[in-house]
Unconditional design. Structure first.
Length: 268
């Protein structure tokens, strides 16, 4: 467990002590030695686990406070700097996010997924578990989740580009897998056979395709997006083709996203 770690930000000349950040201390390198900025009372904690909890809490606060600045700066380091300052820390605290803006994208996605689950849990549960009822529930939940993108829609194309970078794909995939599993579960699905996998693969493909349609949608209140979502789910309900072709569909969708975002030329 890390007891104290230091992150150096060469562009600003700052050294960030993680334990120091938790206690409000930021050290600035100088020829005369370390100068302390934003000093508060020094942390008395000597428990590494306690320190890590505090660091995680600081990270969450900065990420949460950064989201309102996305509209001005996008998914960038500048947004993280503004979020850190808004949370009461020095802007150099963005050094806690070595991967940059994509960490804010991951945070937004995972927190939105949790928010969706909270909302689905509070909704009255319909005991009817027919395929038609489940599809209706899936459509409503998927639309609810996609609507969470609306405040960031002008910058979501960039977010998708960040998620398409190979190093970001594993976490993006985990977030998507969690999302579609939760949607099916709270829509009444309790399957325990191979259909469990095919349903989730199909919904993942539909979600990615609808998300891509949404960032290009110019209709009022995203009407064309919701119509597209409904058509995809109707097709799924009527035929198993989309399940059988899910891997190819997802692969094709990812390729399309990369081409739209200008990522097709990237080396891997």
């Amino acid at each position: 467990m890390i007891r104290n770690c230091t992150v150096f930000c060469s562009s600003k000349g700052y050294r960030l002590s993680v334990r120091g950040l938790v206690s409000g201390q930021i050290r600035k390198q100088s020829q005369n030695g370390d100068q302390f900025l934003n000093t508060d009372e020094k942390s008395s904690s000597s428990d590494p686990q306690d320190d890590q909890f505090k660091v995680d809490d600081v990270r969450r606060k900065i990420l949460k406070n950064s989201l309102p600045f996305v509209k001005d700066h996008g998914w960038t380091t500048q947004t993280l700097i503004a979020g850190a300052q808004s949370a009461g820390y020095a802007g150099v605290a963005h050094g806690m996010f070595p991967k940059g803006g994509v960490e804010l994208v991951h945070y937004f996605i995972s927190s939105s997924n949790r928010r969706l689950v909270d909302e689905l849990r509070t909704k009255p549960q319909n005991k009817e578990r027919t395929k038609r009822r489940q599809i209706q529930n899936v459509q409503a939940a998927t639309e609810m989740r996609l609507k969470m993108l609306i405040p960031f829609i002008d910058h979501w194309t960039k977010a998708m580009a960040l998620l398409a970078v190979p190093s970001s794909v594993p976490q993006a995939t985990r977030n998507l897998s969690t999302l579609v599993d939760d949607i099916w579960y709270y829509s009444g699905d309790r399957t325990a056979n191979f259909d469990w996998y095919t349903k989730r693969a199909a919904l993942a493909a539909i979600y990615v395709a609808t998300e891509l349609a949404m960032v290009q949608d110019k209709s009022d209140d995203f009407k064309d997006t919701w119509d597209f979502l409904e058509q995809c789910l109707q097709h799924y309900e009527k035929t198993s083709n989309i399940v059988d072709e899910a891997p190819n569909f997802i692969s094709g969708t990812v390729t399309t996203v990369k081409n739209v975002l200008g990522l097709g030329h990237l080396h891997r």
